[in-house]
Design a protein around this ligand. Structure first.
Ligand SMILES: [Zn+2]
Length: 402
């Protein structure tokens, strides 16, 4: 059983050097054949092969599914009141994380599973075909392990974030908490986690603690990611680069040395994800929701740094699952071009997860894609807030239709 998507007006492939649009590799009047969950063929519509099933894209744009490489979906409760207070002038400090930790610990497995499932479905409807999911609201051995076990039911991209904040019961002995994270908590998390992450920030974990946690996680076989330089300048970005992190996330407060360190990881071979590149993942939903200055994407891009966009979906500082919203923010508020933003939300996210089978449409890649209710990817930024994702294919299967 194969499936032909025919009559595509604008096909964004992210295969650089083919078609128009530089890195976006845009083909016009195209068709794409899906077989066994993968892209089997793509090319001019007039050469399209016969197929068992056909979807007429009606001249609309088709692009790779969004890769949301940073999301915190395992939690209970919400923090609408905190958002309301912030919009009335209070400052975001990250302290509200402990509110969510208390609610998450009190919730049963099915409540947590229900929330992850609802948010995963919400993201899929908006074109997200791959999502990374972090733990980090359990902060005990049992609650971190069960957060990851539930996350693993929804994605293979699971991240152990036991070092999100120091929980209240360890407030006066953070060294003991780091010992717990590096020992029993890591061991309990390992069967369910692919990545390890630390919130390296004033008020969370300093460079020494972050290095200790990430190093022991890496030695246990986990890939490294870092929450870095969100609330102020700090050591997180350079620590991530030093440890060969796949991604450093937030990157709102960077100095020249941070940017040079990130740029130095980029190799010139750009057609495959380079295993040594540390991606700068920007999360503009967080700046939007905390009314904070946005990261300087232009400075990163001009220095040659590989940039990804992700939602940071979480109940405190960025309660959105919408990659199109992040694309629109990146264009309007961070001076990224629409092409840069769409690349960062697809191929960039794939690189932040060190994957070469997603975020791209070429024979052999996963058939993860969105058909837009628009003639061009430009409309994702040009028509903000409008539901433009009309059909999504996930692993070659139509995931949701209007
Ligand atoms: Zn985050």
């Amino acid at each position: 059983m194969n499936l032909l998507i025919d009559n595509i007006g604008e096909l964004v492939t992210n295969v650089a050097g083919t078609g128009e649009g530089g890195p976006l590799g845009i083909r016009r009047k195209a068709a794409l054949l899906v077989e066994d969950g993968q892209v089997a063929w793509l090319g001019p519509a007039r050469y399209a092969p016969a197929a068992d099933r056909r979807i007429d894209a009606g001249g609309a744009a088709v692009l790779p599914g969004f890769v949301d490489s940073h999301a915190h979906l395992v939690f209970a409760g919400d923090r609408a009141a905190e958002f309301n207070a912030r919009m009335a002038g209070e400052r975001y400090t990250g302290g509200g994380i402990r509110t969510t930790v208390a609610a998450t610990r009190a919730a049963d497995d099915n409540t947590l599973r229900g929330t992850v499932g609802r948010l995963r479905a919400e993201a899929l409807r908006q074109g997200t075909t791959t999502i990374e999911i972090k733990s980090g609201y359990g902060l005990s051995v049992v609650d971190e392990a069960r957060s990851l076990r539930i996350a693993a039911e929804f994605t293979t991209e699971t991240t152990f974030l036991g070092a999100h904040v120091v929980p209240a019961e360890y407030a006066d002995r953070p060294d003991d908490y780091v010992g717990l994270v590096c020992g029993p908590m890591l061991r309990a998390a390992l069967p369910y986690a692919k990545w390890i992450d630390v919130f390296c920030e004033r008020g969370a974990f300093d460079a020494d603690h972050a290095r200790a946690i990430l190093t022991v996680g890496q030695a246990a076989g986990l890939g490294v990611r870092v929450h870095a330089n969100q609330l102020g300048p700090g050591p997180g970005v350079r620590l991530g680069v030093e440890l060969g992190a796949a991604s450093v996330d937030h990157c709102t407060h960077l100095d020249d040395a941070d940017i040079e360190a990130l740029a130095s990881t980029v190799t010139t071979w750009v057609s495959e994800p380079e295993s040594s590149t540390t991606v700068a993942t920007l999360l503009p939903g967080a700046e939007f929701s905390t009314r904070s200055p946005y990261p300087d994407a232009r400075r990163l891009l001009d220095a040659g740094v590989t940039v990804a966009l992700a939602t940071d979906c979480n109940p405190g500082s960025s309660y959105t699952s919408s990659m199109p919203f992040c694309v629109a923010l990146a264009v309007r508020e961070m001076r990224m071009t629409p092409a840069e933003a769409v690349w960062a939300a697809t191929a960039g996210g794939a690189r932040a997860l060190r994957r070469d089978d997603i975020g791209v449409l070429r024979p052999g890649a996963r058939a993860d894609l969105s058909i837009l209710d628009a003639p061009s990817y430009l409309h994702l930024a040009y028509r903000p807030g409008v539901p433009l994702i009309s059909q999504v294919l996930h692993n070659g299967v139509p995931a949701c239709q209007p």
